[in-house]
Design a protein around this ligand. Sequence first.
Ligand code: ADP
Length: 367
Amino acid sequence: MCVSRFIPLSFVIFAVLIFYRMNTGLVSENKASAAIPANIVMSGIRSTGFLHLGNYFGAIRNYVKMQESYECYFMVADLHSLTTHPDTKELRQNVHRVLAENIACGLNPDKAAIFCQSHVFETSELYLYLNMLAYKGELEKTVTFKEKARENPNNVNAGLLTYPVLQAADILLHRAVYVPVGKDQEQHLEMARNFANRFNHRYGEVFPEPVAFNFSEELIKIPSLDGTGKMSKSVNQNATLYLSDDDDTIRKKVMKAKTDGGPTQENSIKPDYIENIFLLLKLVSDEGFVKQQEEAYNNCSIRYGDLKKQLAEDMVNFISPIREKTSEILNDEKYLEQVMKKGAEKARESAGKTMGIVRQAMGLNYF
Ligand code: ADP
């Protein structure tokens, strides 16, 4: 009886001691800092040109929502740009533009760390370690690598091959769990999970498994207006709506979007290029108008000219405030520099912590 009383009491004392020491940082400091945080968000956009509707709806729209309730790291991926755009003459200007466009869309430097990839030197160190865990065969099979190598056969460099490793380093450097990206990034995210798991398996649990994120149920792909692929910074420019396009250019591009003579049978399935137009309509137009157009399609009374005219006006209303805000921000270089500095400080603090854990896990802490 005496023993059974003694055991619970000693257990309570022991638990209180541990609790006290953990809270004062006296024990398990490494363990405590190595605990994987659950609410970190990371993503980036390359500085390879003007941002477009795909960047907005695939990525930035989610960034803006997530900055309200998560710890967010958003960067301009200038190092990634070098894999396909080695000429750095326009880099500074492009970095400023991407930053300004992100802010004009609603990103807030007081809420999220907004920074430039090359300012966070720790990225390159983690990239090196992760490269040892990435296999040539899997990198060569990556769809984006094959595409880019085909588009640019004279510059199939190692940076292009290891693009997904650098991307994994960007994400894992902050031990991010959520990565708001468009559908085109799904494979890269799967690779980031593989690298994280390989690292954890070899050196101990350090990284979470990052997942691609979109507030709607599915990742999104904004199609180009000619129905041949996705909107993009560098290809399909006439069929891409840029956040910097002037009103007339927007109208012209939308009016040229691919359509046909209209359905001839009630309730028929929409061809891809018509489905694409409805997708754009749902993003920027009034719900009532979309419903009315769906009905018109189903009873074969749809007039694509009228539909496109309304879509063009709704696009103008959506894009023009962003364009105007961007040019205001671009005029204030000092402000952009401050944003980058502040973002880099925050990102480097987080990166420094992770790299401490990484080096220790790998046994690289010799003194
Ligand atoms: P780009 O392909 O235009 O050069 P990036 O590679 O810099 O753009 O991608 C930046 C972000 O924008 C990524 O999250 C990517 O998934 C998203 N994105 C790019 N194009 C589209 C698109 N057409 N639809 C949806 N998301 C897109």
